[in-house]
Design a protein around this ligand. Structure first.
Ligand code: HEC
Length: 166
């Protein structure tokens, strides 16, 4: 191989190396364009709830009173169907006459209005229903809050057997 051929060969090698380095080292600047971040999908609207069957405030109270009467335990002694248990039935109680014995032994007649129901629940011994024993019913004074008391009274009222909605 002549000297001139050898230089040509070196030239090729040099060019080759330069091209190689440029191709590998210089390519690093290319920026890959990030795809624009997707906007979060719009929150899917909840389908509107079908309207609950309209229940009046009174009906809600009655339902709550009925639930409380069972959960507190009133129904162990009081029926809603006329059956006499340990205590008088609540059926037909509200708005009707009740014969009671006062603490001094006097027998008298009262109308079972809201005030009477309230007193009978909070302080059962204030007026003992004739034919029933005193001191059997627990004293609920301080045990029931006003809302529960109202619900229970409303429930008992609903058992009056009359459709007198004031
Ligand atoms: C352990 C049995 C017992 C439990 C429990 C009981 N009672 Fe009584 N209740 C009686 C008895 C006995 C009488 C009748 C004697 C009297 O007037 O205290 C009575 C009377 C009543 C009266 C008057 C009824 C009437 O005809 O004059 C009402 C109202 C009443 N209870 C409501 C309730 C409520 C509300 C509850 C629950 C929060 C309850 N009672 C829990 C035994 C009970």
């Amino acid at each position: 191989m002549s000297h001139s051929h050898r230089w040509v060969l070196y030239g090729f090698v040099l060019v080759f190396v330069l091209v190689f380095v440029t191709a590998c080292g210089g390519g690093g600047q290319q920026q890959t364009q990030q795809p624009a971040s997707q906007p979060s999908p719009p929150t899917t609207e909840q389908p509107a709830q079908p309207p609950a069957p309209a229940q009046s405030e009174e009906e809600q109270l009655i339902a709550r009173g009925q639930y409380l009467a069972t959960s507190i335990g009133c129904t162990a002694c009081h029926s809603a169907d006329g059956t006499t248990l340990v205590g008088p039935t609540w059926k037909g109680l509200y708005g009707h006459e009740v014969t009671v014995i006062l603490p001094d032994g006097t027998e008298t007649t009262v109308i079972a209005d809201e005030e009477y129901l309230r007193e009978s629940i909070l302080n059962p011994n204030a007026k003992i229903t004739k034919g029933f024993q005193a001191n059997l019913m627990p004293i609920y004074e301080g045990q029931l809050n006003e809302d529960d008391l109202k619900a229970l009274i409303e429930y008992i009222k609903s058992l009056s057997g009359e459709h007198s909605h004031e």
